[in-house]
Design a protein. Structure first.
Lengths: 109, 152
């Protein structure tokens, strides 16, 4: 079990005891959809305490789809709005089940 | 060297099925009305942050052996390749200066004599390899979204 899975499990328990509420995301990437069911073999699922920073979601989506290259630009979008990495999910008042987009830009020639 | 049109159209349609999900989520409009084995081309409409529309034609002749030829066109397709159809920030040729664009290669009139067409799937610098139509959509969406206007 990876660190994030341990953390998420802990957060679920914390939520049951009055911790921060959670939100389920759907993240469309150019390599496929990340959701509670897709891809079937994903080690992480996009369910987070609302206090989670956007940067963590980007990092997890990259991990699930093997976007390991650092010399690329990764941006999480909600519609046309760019979600700032250092802000929390709560600060955007996202709806449970919202569809986000992970935009990936290659290196420059 | 070329590739059978039947192979190209099969690969293009398979990749478009995946790319369509990304396009729909990102608010891109994909017009596949022109796609056929004889003319494997389609257009995608992108928007920058100001809401300006940019129409991009992907001509996939001999794909995936070679990358598509990517060109900016007018909304009615009557004009193509002029600077005013391009967003600011791209190569002033004008050109999408990436390995996934056949127009970027010197043998096709582009700036890059140091690239080989058959290596088009290689990453540029240390970036992600842009090796599918969905990845091309994503790379262009990011660059066009950040542009502040037109090249001319």
């Amino acid at each position: 079990m990876k660190q994030h899975e341990v953390t998420d499990a802990a957060n679920d328990q914390q939520h049951d005891k009055g911790g921060p509420p959670h939100i389920t995301l759907n993240v469309q990437t150019p390599r496929g959809l990340w959701s509670l069911k897709e891809p079937p073999d994903a080690k992480l699922r996009p369910r987070y305490p609302i206090s989670t920073k956007v940067a963590q979601v980007i990092a997890d989506a990259r991990s699930v789809f093997g976007f390991v290259e650092e010399d690329s630009k990764y941006t999480l979008l909600c519609g046309k709005e760019v979600l700032e990495p250092q802000r929390t999910l709560a600060s955007y008042h996202l709806q449970d089940g919202v569809l986000l987009v992970l935009s990936v830009q290659g290196g420059n020639a | 060297m070329s590739i059978a049109p039947g192979v190209t159209i099969e690969v293009v349609q398979r990749e478009l099925a995946v790319a369509a999900d990304f396009a729909a989520a990102a608010g891109l409009l994909v017009d596949v009305g022109q796609v056929s084995s004889q003319k494997p081309s389609f257009t995608v409409t992108f928007q920058n942050g100001k809401g300006d529309c940019f129409h991009v034609e992907f001509d996939c002749q001999d794909y995936p052996l070679y990358p598509p030829t990517i060109e900016f066109v007018s909304g009615d397709r009557s004009e193509r390749g002029t600077a005013r159809l391009y967003p600011s920030g791209l190569h002033p040729m004008p050109c999408v200066c990436m390995r996934y664009n056949r127009k970027a290669y010197q043998e096709r009139g582009g700036p890059h004599g140091d690239w080989r067409l058959v290596d088009w799937r290689l990453p540029t610098a240390q970036g992600v390899a842009i090796d599918t139509l969905a990845m091309m959509f994503s790379d262009l969406e990011s660059k066009i979204r950040q542009s502040t206007g037109r090249m001319a």
